[in-house]
Ligand binder design. Sequence first.
Ligand SMILES: Cc1cc2nc3c(=O)[nH]c(=O)nc-3n(C[C@H](O)[C@H](O)[C@H](O)COP(=O)(O)OP(=O)(O)OC[C@H]3O[C@@H](n4cnc5c(N)ncnc54)[C@H](O)[C@@H]3O)c2cc1C
Ligand code: SF4
Length: 335
Amino acid sequence: MHPFAYARPHDEAQAVALVAEPGSTIIAGGTELLNWLRLGITRPDNIIDIGRLPDRANIGLEDGFLTLGALATLNQIGEHPTVGEHARVLGQACLLAASAQVRNRATIGGNVLQRTRCAYFRAAEPLPWACNKRAPGTGCPARHAMNDEHAIFGWTDDCVAVHPSDPLVALAALDADVDLVSPEGARRLPVGKLHLAQQEAKAIGHDPATQETVLRHDEMITGYRVPLLPGARSAYLKVRERQSYAYALATAAAVVQMDGDTIQSIRVALGSVAQRPWRLLRAETSLPGNRLSADTVREAVQWDLDEARPLSGNAYKVRLARNTAVRAIMAAVES
Ligand SMILES: Cc1cc2nc3c(=O)[nH]c(=O)nc-3n(C[C@H](O)[C@H](O)[C@H](O)COP(=O)(O)OP(=O)(O)OC[C@H]3O[C@@H](n4cnc5c(N)ncnc54)[C@H](O)[C@@H]3O)c2cc1C
Ligand code: SF4
């Protein structure tokens, strides 16, 4: 393993300065970073342990927002009554992720920065095959081979990987913001703008396989703000090969406001279908004002799925994603 220095800052100013140094990488819960060190995915010179920064695990209400510190763990969020009351979909997504042990360490800051589960990507060094994400310019074996769990939206020939996070999908459907800090100060972004699908990275002149977010190296996530939506009901649905301790084949997060039996507003995000949460914008635009019925919802969701571009091994995901979205919407309304 590549040797590294270790530092544990005691306040945010110290952390920001250390993170900005070349060769530095943050560790929070370590459930993802330690795997990368073992596999040779990353070789930091300095590991900055932010796990004991004060007040960064707080969860609360502030000026019409649910606020979450970046160090809040998935179990703390999933079990928090305020989250259950105002953002049920997020609590469900957190508790459906990983195992109880992992959720006790895994932070919501690190969760959104976990990387793809593509089996070609996750191999140990020396890499026995090509992978543009691990070794740029070598190729993407998943493009025409083992790709049943890969993307149906937003991919390019360079990379067809998906983002595996559950909570990220819920945060996207909730229109949450992510708060960042660096030596240049603080900035706030919509969570939905943090990650890039491969096509989006390419469109702005970046490497589609390696440019996964708009985060700069010197930036640290400090927390999230979720706007409170009066009367909204929400639900998260995760479809996977077994019922516990497995990553998703497809997920859907739905947030719905009803006026009697008429849909007033709706936000739906799919997970594990692209390198970022995939909002169903056609359904979100066309459904408000309609009476709720599974048939109406299915028809609207299908318009978004008509844009899907399945690979050789994952055509099944188009129908699965549609059905998952429809069920999540109906479950949200019934909650
Ligand atoms: C066995 C297993 C099963 C899992 N199953 C699921 C699942 O089903 N669904 C799911 O969503 N997730 C799953 N996960 C992923 C898990 O939720 C993430 O590994 C975890 O949330 C990452 O958080 P962490 O604090 O441990 O991050 P770390 O490992 O400490 O860091 C991960 C990355 O985030 C960066 N980072 C961490 N905190 C910050 C911050 N505040 N600002 C900027 N950068 C930061 C680190 O530098 C690193 O690049 C699973 C993990 C394991 C090990
Ligand atoms: S899909 Fe992306 S991560 Fe997987 S092999 Fe291709 S380039 Fe590598």
